[in-house]
Design a binder for this molecule. Structure first.
Ligand code: AMP
Ligand code: ZN
Length: 485
């Protein structure tokens, strides 16, 4: 357990889509948490909307680790079987990618495409300072697990065969759809006279040209069965938390629940179901299929630090829909830069970083508030507001502030301290390499400031500027900050 936590502050509450209320988290195994996040479909680069899902997952993981939990985190990689509509209709996304990239229509090409976009996804995760998940299972490496689960469902007559594939009989699961349904959902399910019920969905799709040979025919697993099979392999039949975007509630997650619980004699698939709201783009959901999606690289090209995007996301609750605009992101970039600047100034002044054991009462309050906020269904906006007030706090000594900022970084993943340390080193290097002429002008200006000769100080500032350097005063009793113009 975290040395600074107490019983009370360690209570974590989460909004559970299953039950539609905030609930106190109780782990299956004390001090451990298993979480499964529906992973990216690797047919293209991840857009920043997709990445919102994983920033949420990463923050959730950090919150549990902050409270001393050991986290087993699984993010699957969907590299086969995801059709363009969640309700098993339309083209196969990976096949579309093979055509787009003009590769031979083979399983090998599919894997090449998957590997390429998986590595792009991992790069984006690093850019956003996400901790690596424990496991990233690829769906195409788990066909045997799919077959085993489908066989169990067939044996129970919950699965049945048609000319198009193996289907799940939704009438056999009395609580089918318990996570909730989207309005107009039914219209998305295509007509198929061979199905027993119109809501039945494919757990295996036959394909006589491409696919995997199985006892029941060649083809591909359904997208939903992949998650059921992989989550049970890596986390067990029942685990703690399952997440995804809100779009997964009506179809994908209801179907995962139906399959897993039917195969596992009613054992609940996950105890807590959490869903992130959408990043809205031009009034609609940002989607790969729209072709106008924004990636981490497009942010970098515009000079926006990916961590400014993470900062922006955390200023809203994960469960609130937010509208994307470059203006909003640029504002966030400025705010994030200010945080780093302000921590750099503290680092320049700090003498020692006191151990947390000797922490003052007021510092302890900050630490407890941080824990309380993030443990309250990930209230990151409040945690960020707290960070700003900490930086302005005059009652806390600099060394203690740095310790606290380290804790904020741990749980929010914003790398503020690391960036400030880099900035400080850069400034120190610049100061060491200052041309003699500039150094003298700076000293003269310091003297003028001490003598309160503001006119002379300003003149010297202009001269320094003309030589390509900028001086910024950081406080009456500290050295000015020097940078290149
Ligand atoms: P996909 O790669 O399409 O399977 O989606 C990966 C994850 O991104 C899923 O959890 C989706 O729910 C989520 N997602 C897709 N679009 C958005 C968006 N615009 N905002 C937030 N999450 C999204
Ligand atoms: Zn899934």
């Amino acid at each position: 357990m975290n040395k600074n936590s107490t019983e009370e502050v360690n209570k974590i509450t989460l909004y559970n889509t299953l039950g539609k209320e905030k609930q106190t988290f109780t782990p299956i195994t004390p001090n451990k948490v298993g979480m499964y996040h529906c992973g990216p479909t690797v047919y293209d680069y991840p857009h920043i909307g997709n990445l919102r899902s994983y920033v949420f997952a990463d923050t959730l993981r950090r919150v549990f680790e902050f409270s001393g939990y050991e986290v087993n985190q699984v993010i699957n990689i969907t590299d086969i079987g995801h059709l363009s509509s969640d309700a098993d209709e339309g083209e196969d996304k990976m096949t579309k990618a093979i055509l787009r990239e003009e590769k031979p229509m083979t399983l090998i090409s599919m894997r090449e495409i998957a590997d390429h976009y998986y590595s792009a996804f991992r790069d984006a995760q690093k850019d956003l300072n996400m901790i690596s998940a424990t496991t990233y299972p690829f769906a195409s490496d788990h066909i045997n697990e799919d077959i085993e689960m489908i066989n169990t469902l067939l044996a129970k007559d919950v699965g049945y065969k048609t000319s198009r594939g193996i289907y799940f009989d939704t009438s056999k699961k009395s609580d089918y759809g318990k996570l909730g349904q989207a309005e107009g959902d039914e219209s998305r399910i295509g007509e198929d006279s061979e199905k027993r019920n119109y809501k039945d969905f494919a757990i295996w799709k036959f394909d006589d040209k491409l696919g995997y040979e199985t006892p029941f025919g060649r083809g591909f697993p359904g997208w939903h069965i992949e998650c059921s099979a992989m989550s049970s392999k890596y986390l067990g039949d029942s685990f703690d938390i399952h997440t995804g975007g809100v779009d997964h509630i009506p179809v994908h997650h209801n179907n995962e629940i139906a399959q897993s619980e039917s195969a596992h004699d009613g054992a609940p698939l996950a105890n807590y179901w959490m869903h992130n709201a959408f990043l809205i783009f031009d009034g609609g959901k940002m989607a790969k299929s729209s072709g106008t999606f924004i990636t981490i690289d497009s942010l970098k090209e515009k000079g926006i630090d990916p961590l400014a995007y993470r900062y922006w996301l955390l200023t809203a609750r994960y469960s609130t829909a937010i509208s994307f605009s470059y203006d909003a992101l640029e504002d966030a970039g400025r705010a994030y830069g200010k945080l780093v600047d302000s921590v750099t100034s503290i680092l320049r002044k700090v003498k020692t970083t006191a151990g947390a054991e000797s922490e003052s009462e007021i510092s302890k309050n900050y630490r407890n508030n941080l824990l309380n906020f993030v443990n309250d269904d990930l209230d990151t906006p409040k945690a960020i507001a707290l960070l700003w007030s900490l930086l302005k706090e005059i009652e806390i000594e600099d060394g203690e502030k740095i310790n606290l900022i380290e804790s904020f970084d741990k749980v929010l993943g914003l790398k503020i301290l690391e960036k400030a340390e880099e900035q400080k080193k850069k400034e120190e290097r610049l100061e060491e390499d200052l041309p003699e002429e500039v150094r003298e002008l700076i000293e003269e200006r310091e003297k003028a400031r001490l003598e309160k000769d503001w006119g002379q100080a300003d003149l010297l500032r202009i001269k320094i500027n003309e030589l390509g350097y900028k001086v910024e005063d950081t406080g009456a009793d500290s050295k000015p900050r020097i940078s290149r113009v």
